[in-house]
Design a protein around this ligand. Structure first.
Ligand SMILES: [Zn+2]
Length: 254
């Protein structure tokens, strides 16, 4: 069984200069991080580990993300524009009629699956009255886009309708400039793989209804977008992305 103690820190390459590092080098870094992160998430979900233990594992994982994917500060200053994460949509897609009310962080604990009721995220809705995960106007799937530059840390592509797992098919993206993790959940299609470097506006997948609650009739088709800010102690705190979303540049349909 994989042990987190076996993760090897390899030479750091400034993230946005990483065109000089090969895909193989990036994969060497990301694969053990991704494996231990996904293992931790599933151990929490199945309540196989204590919240304390999960927390300790996360601190190791976030430390490895920071050391292996350091920010290039000049590049970070130049690249401040964010892209609205649904192609063809803008701030009006934000749940609660484009307001900030969807974000309810109280009680959230990434490491304790027994705690429920919080929603440290925004839901971004498409027009899909017949629940076919296609936009009613264009009759096409809606692309989920990277909101910032980053590295794909983990994906799930094997969700099935029997699963009680709530996130469905997801993408976790690490943003080296902000030192935080974006989580894009409920996708119908995931188009990226762990280790891929993406730019703001790149396609990550397509909006869907995967996830235990998201697939139910009462749920309207949406992207669940969460951002976890990694603190100096290595632990994650959910941040309200509302201001980022309303300022983000919309990406038009082709
Ligand atoms: Zn949500």
């Amino acid at each position: 069984m994989f042990s987190i103690g076996r993760i090897v820190t390899v030479l750091a390459v400034p993230f946005l200069l990483s065109s000089s590092s090969t895909t193989g080098e990036i994969m060497d870094k990301i694969v053990p991080i991704s494996r231990s992160f996904k293992q931790m998430l599933s151990d929490v979900r199945e309540q196989r580990i204590t919240p304390d233990s999960a927390q300790r594992q996360f601190v190791v994982i976030s430390g490895l993300l920071k050391s292996n994917f350091p920010a290039d500060s000049a590049q970070c200053q130049a690249d401040t524009v964010m892209v609205f994460p649904l192609r063809g949509f803008s701030k009006r897609a934000i749940g609660g009629n484009g307001s900030a009310v969807g974000f309810r962080p109280k009680g959230f604990n990434l490491f304790d699956n027994s705690v429920r009721g919080s929603h440290p995220a925004h839901d971004l809705f498409i027009h899909d009255m017949n629940d076919d995960s296609r936009d009613d106007y264009t009759q096409k799937p809606v692309d989920v886009l990277a909101i910032t530059n980053g590295v794909v840390v983990a994906t799930e592509t094997n969700w099935d309708t029997l699963s009680v797992f709530r996130g469905g098919n997801y993408v976790w993206l690490y943003d080296p400039c902000r030192q935080g993790l974006f989580y894009f959940a409920h996708n119908q299609v995931v188009s990226v793989q762990q280790g891929e470097l993406v730019r703001a506006g790149d396609k990550l997948g397509e909006v869907g209804r995967t996830g235990f609650n998201a697939r139910r009739k009462r749920s309207h088709t949406h992207l669940h977008l969460m951002y976890l800010q990694i603190q100096p102690d290595g632990l994650p705190v959910p941040k309200n992305t509302f201001d980022w979303l309303i300022k983000a540049r919309p990406a038009p349909n082709d």
